[in-house]
Write a protein that binds this ligand. Structure first.
Ligand code: HEM
Length: 326
């Protein structure tokens, strides 16, 4: 049978195809539910709360690190806990890809702690992917960020390949068009990409991510560029040197990141990029003016991210420990 070009289909048929696709997406998401562990692990929420609060109070870099960990997990083949797996003699795992080596140990540690507590309470029940999704949301709230509902029931993947990280995770040196494409490939609009980038209102960037460009990039505020050069002096010898992503309110989740960009106070080239591309500038301006709108859009985009590429049913497993397949 000859294929029918979409343009020759009647409107009702096109509408039906769109509806069917939307329904398929809903069915996938609807395998998740808010009260997934209500019967099997009734203290799930309490245990998560207690673990993340204790950890964030003692190690304040945990929250931002976990937010980035979650983003890297989801972007690389879905929110399936694959970034938590350790390498084996036969496999180099995602977390050992060069781009992931800067993910902080505290972020992995908070997940290990929650998993250990949950295994004691209700063994073989809660997935590492769900723990990471909830930890991210709860830590975000501790920083002052918006709340969104996290649907539960993700399974953990059995696969984690470092080789995929280079092509699937955005580098700050990529042109904005490539970054937009990477998000579009996963179903995210330009506006959602800009909103999600607002995560750079917290946390750190290591000097090696931006220092090579400080003298040439005219988008930096000159005094800021000088300060960054000083802060990063000697970074090749000391690779741990880093600066705050948002110099105004580094540990508060707010819209100051967007207010910084027009002033040349963005740290990464990709941050500046958002204020030099006509497709993204209007959203930077919108979020710089209106924090409520930023919070609203960020929350919706994070919830959408938390559905991306999830494994359910036999598509995955409940790992006994988060760093190894069963
Ligand atoms: C748009 C493309 C993006 C690029 C190119 C990018 C790149 C980077 C880079 C290079 C760093 C510095 C890492 C380090 O040196 O330790 C960083 C930090 C961070 N990124 Fe992104 N990122 C992007 C989008 C996102 C998104 C969508 C999120 C979350 C929703 C996110 C969350 C974070 C957080 C929270 C940090 C701070 C991490 C910490 O303090 O340990 N980023 N990002």
């Amino acid at each position: 049978m000859a294929a029918v070009p979409p343009s020759s289909l009647p409107h009702s048929a096109v509408a039906l195809i769109v509806l069917t696709l939307a329904f398929a997406a809903l069915v996938c998401e609807s395998k998740l539910s808010v009260d997934y562990y209500a019967k099997s692990c009734p203290r799930f929420n309490d245990i998560m709360q207690q673990t993340i609060t204790n950890k964030q109070i003692t190690s304040s870099t945990t929250a931002a690190g976990t937010l980035r960990l979650f983003f890297h997990d989801c972007f690389l083949d879905g929110c399936d806990g694959s970034v938590l797996l350790s390498s084996t003699p036969f496999n180099s795992a995602e977390r050992d890809a060069e781009i992931n080596l800067s993910l902080p140990g505290d972020a992995f540690d908070v997940i290990v702690r929650a998993k250990t507590a949950l295994e004691l309470e209700c063994p073989n029940t809660v997935s590492c992917a769900d723990i990471l999704a909830v930890a991210t949301r709860d830590l975000l709230i501790m920083l002052g960020g918006p709340h969104y509902t996290v649907y539960l029931g993700r399974k953990d993947s059995r696969i984690s390949k470092s080789s995929l990280a280079e092509s699937d995770l955005p580098r700050p040196t990529l042109p904005m068009s490539r970054i937009i494409d990477m998000f579009a490939k996963r179903g995210f609009t330009i506006q959602e990409m800009v909103a999600l980038s607002g995560a750079h209102t917290v946390g750190l960037s290591h000097c090696k991510e931006f220092s090579f460009n400080l003298k040439n990039d005219t988008q930096y505020n000159p005094r800021f560029a000088q300060a960054l050069q000083q802060a990063c002096a000697g970074y090749p010898q000391n690779p741990t040197l880093s600066v705050f992503n948002d110099i105004m309110t580094p540990s508060k989740f707010d819209n100051l990141y967007f207010q910084n960009l027009p002033k040349g106070l963005g740290v990464l080239e990709s941050d500046h990029g958002l204020y030099s591309d006509p497709r993204t500038i209007p959203f930077v301006e919108l979020y710089a003016k209106d924090q409520n709108k930023f919070f609203q859009d960020f929350a919706i985009a994070m919830q959408k991210l938390s559905f991306y590429g999830i494994k359910t049913g036999r598509g995955g497993e409940i790992r006994r420990r988060c760093d190894a397949v069963n």
